[in-house]
Design a binder for this molecule. Sequence first.
Ligand code: SAM
Length: 223
Amino acid sequence: HLSKRLQTVSDHVEPGSRLADIGSDHAYLPIHLAQTHVIDFGVVGEVAKGPLANATSEITKDHLLGVLHPRLADGLAAIEPGDDINAITIAGMGGNLITHILEAGKERLVGKEKLILQPNVGEPVVRSWLMANQYRILAEQILKEDGHIYEIITAKKTAKPVKYSELALKFGPFLLKEKSPVFVEKWREEMGLLARVIKNMEQATIPDTAKIAAIQSEINLIN
Ligand code: SAM
């Protein structure tokens, strides 16, 4: 049984995909996809030995060693020539790390891969990387689970570069249009947080008025 977060990520993997799940940890996502026969080939990449051992033992226990291939590797280095990967999932880490993994592994990307990304924080950094590298955002989701709000971004390389506005990069082009209750909740919370930061800053002996003004304009933007 997958978390709602990983279930939503897995919903974007098309049947018959050749998947690379990078930073797989326990490998729950590729195992679920293999068990439901969505995929019959998956690379399970992990940079750390402990998580890789977990992944390998879960995969072995479920008799999926012929289908899922656990590999100790940094980021996209888990992908080998001949894997013919056309879907990549990177979930459950910060946007900076996801962006770093994509940037460092660029030469392993042939351009046909659907990227399914689930940053825990720092979504704008991911969108900016996608735009700078000529990807088109295909879909976005936002969901709440156990008190956390998660965003999922899928993208594919495009022949024509797409220009996203500052607002679209910050809030997400699809999420901004949709304005779902969870989206509204996320940004209300963020405004509340920023308002508290301003309150605290105003208590200082010499308040940093420039910084306060910058945060206030951030609040206005969100509003
Ligand atoms: N993807 C799973 C999920 O969403 O539930 C696991 C997320 S877990 C919090 C993040 C995993 O990414 C850790 O197991 C960590 O070892 C791995 N990781 C971090 N940096 C990595 C890198 N450069 N390459 C591969 N794996 C990495």
